[in-house]
Design a protein around this ligand. Structure first.
Ligand SMILES: [Zn+2]
Length: 598
């Protein structure tokens, strides 16, 4: 870290007008030689906060926060000491000579550029006529621009104004590009990164602005655009507002994680300091570790719509992996933190937070509400849904509690749960019926198909003998057993008129069944007994059906009560008897017959 000479620090302190600096953030009124205002640190309403120019210090008579201009920046903006000195120096126009063992910090110009840009953008938002729509947008979110002042929001106008301003301030194109503020077009001209966007400054842990999150004003895509990775910004390794929330999080031993920039600002204005948000992208393992360094407890306060719930559980799993304990606060229907605080104030929000439940418990609640815990197949699906979170829980005590809870809620033994956890993550291996409910687990990867599958034999026969098509279809009670792409081709051939040559299908089929059809038409195949081929294929499909059913019974067994277990055991018995009755030796005869064609 660069060290700043003491005499320069003195010079900066002297040059800064404390009343002016603090006056930007606190409404001050002169009382004798001092200035008084409401304390920005403990959030009081009375004028207990004093700025004493003679002593170059501020002091609160209630919460006893106090210090000089640098302390004010550190406390107010979460900056560390050197950053605060640099920030004040920049504002008062004092140049700090860089003096380190390895020479000046090569990244300093980029930090400077982002800081200068932030100030320029903020001024546009406050003053520029063309920022009117942005100001109206902020107001439409129920936020007061004057109150937001400390958070440094800005507006990036469309057009060349930003680049012109930066050029006048002596910031070179290379630095602008390196700082993520501009990019080069294909014709080598420079273009500002942000156009027509409301900007939220993103700070690093030392409190330096390193990037922006930009919300489009009016129509346009994408709705949110962040600075790219740059010399000073690395996506996924910071959280919005963490620089200023970190002390509050340590003090509260608790962090509040919300979805968006506006949610953070709303909660800050409502008086909660320990609040952060991801940077408009998915929550990362690095972000989980950042929070873990500060606290063991995080409450997630996301929207309760489908997207919000998905984000909640993904984020929850990430935090569990970092051994953070996670609870979920649930907004009343149709509300987000923003609207809730606007309507009911801090008290409404604090109630929601108090009512937060553990993330695993919340997941169970939702599954129960879907009615999944009432049936065998539902309990099976519920366990599939809970497994990712069980696996994510890296803390052994937490995991044990979760396992016990699953046992209780789903009626499964601890051993069965442990076995499931140990199984590699994967979805149920079988297709289950025609219409798969949207909330069911994703399909497993397709199995490896053998070229001699029973459906292929059936199609071979159907291609050569139009009269056999309908009969074969009648032999198959469950066409869902057929695998793709054979299933598609099977259906197409079945619908084909007997007088139409099968090659006529080639044009209308999807690529995979088309390739299959071409191959089958190209085959030189003519077994002695088509009937035997069909019988063999049907037996193999029936055997496939029995295997599936057997597997399903095995999967249900751990959830069954003793009555159900008895019934399932009987079914297994029946299934295995049927399987043994299907004579596998017959298949071999048929396989030989087929290949011996001439
Ligand atoms: Zn105070």
């Amino acid at each position: 870290m660069t060290s700043i000479p003491d005499d320069v620090i003195e010079q900066v302190r002297d040059a800064a007008d404390l009343v002016e600096v603090i006056g930007e953030h606190v409404q001050l009124r002169r009382t004798g030689t001092d200035y008084r205002g409401a304390c920005p640190f403990h959030g009081g309403k009375h004028r207990n906060f004093a700025v004493i120019p003679k002593k170059q210090m501020f002091y609160c008579f209630v919460c006893h926060e106090g210090g000089d201009v640098f302390t004010f920046y550190m406390k107010k903006f979460g900056m560390d000491y050197p950053t605060a000195v640099r920030e004040v120096a920049r504002r008062v126009g004092v140049t700090i000579p860089e003096r380190t063992a390895s020479g000046p910090d090569p990244l300093e110009p980029f930090y400077q550029a982002v800081a200068v840009a932030q100030e320029w953008y903020a001024r546009q938002l406050r003053e520029a006529p063309e920022a009117e729509s942005a100001r109206r947008y902020v107001a439409s979110r129920g936020l007061d621009l004057a109150q937001l002042h400390p958070y440094g929001l800005g507006y990036a106008p469309p057009g060349p104004a930003f680049l012109d301003a930066m050029q006048k301030l002596g910031i070179t194109p290379d630095v602008l590009i390196g700082a993520g503020l501009a990019l080069r077009r294909e014709d080598q001209t420079l273009r500002a990164r942000f156009w027509g966007r409301l900007l939220f400054p993103i700070h690093d842990l030392r409190g330096r602005v390193v990037a922006f999150g930009g919300r489009v004003i009016g129509d346009g895509e994408p709705k949110y655009l962040n600075s790219p990775d740059s010399e000073v910004f690395h996506k996924g390794r910071l959280l919005y507002n963490l620089h200023s929330a970190k002390h509050a999080i340590r003090k509260a031993e608790h962090a509040l994680l919300v979805e968006g920039y506006f949610d953070v600002l709303r909660l800050l204005l409502a008086g909660l300091d320990h609040v952060v948000a991801p940077l408009g992208t998915g929550f990362t393992p690095e972000q989980a570790l950042l929070l873990k360094k500060l606290t063991e407890r995080v409450t997630l306060l996301f929207d309760s719509d489908m997207a919000g719930l998905r984000a909640t559980f993904r984020t929850g799993d990430e935090l569990l992996r970092a051994r953070v304990s996670v609870s979920v606060a649930t907004m009343p229907e149709g509300e987000d933190p923003d609207t809730l605080v606007r309507r009911g104030g801090l008290a409404a929000l604090e109630k929601v937070l108090r009512d937060g439940v553990d993330v695993f418990e919340r997941k169970l609640q939702l599954l129960e509400r879907k009615g999944w815990l009432g049936t065998l197949s539902g309990r099976r699906r519920a366990l599939d849904r809970l497994l990712p979170t069980l696996r994510a829980a890296a803390d052994p005590v937490t995991r044990d509690l979760y396992i016990a809870r699953v046992g209780e809620a789903l009626g499964v033994t601890r051993e069965a749960v442990l076995r499931e956890i140990a199984d590699r993550p994967g979805a149920p291996p079988f297709r289950s019926g025609a219409a798969r409910p949207a909330e069911a687990a994703p399909l497993a990867a397709p199995r490896v198909r053998s070229a001699s599958g029973p459906e292929r034999d059936l199609i071979r026969v159907m291609l050569r003998d139009p009269d056999a098509r309908r009969r074969i279809a009648e032999l198959l009670p469950d066409r869902d057993l057929l695998r793709e792409p054979d299933a598609s081709l099977f259906e197409a051939v079945l619908q084909l008129g007997s007088e139409v040559p099968p090659a006529g299908l080639l044009e209308s089929l999807a690529p995979e069944p088309r390739v299959l059809l071409a191959a089958l038409l190209d085959e030189d195949w003519g077994p002695p007994d088509l009937g035997a081929v069909v019988a063999g294929a049907v037996d193999r499909l029936e055997s496939r059906r029995l295997e599936r059913r057997m597997h399903e019974v095995d999967r249900r067994m751990p959830f069954a009560n003793s009555d159900e277990q008895m019934a399932l055991a009987q079914e297994k018995d029946t299934l295995s008897r049927k399987m043994s009755q299907l004579n596998p030796a017959r298949w071999n005869v048929i396989r030989k017959g087929r290949t011996g064609a001439g």
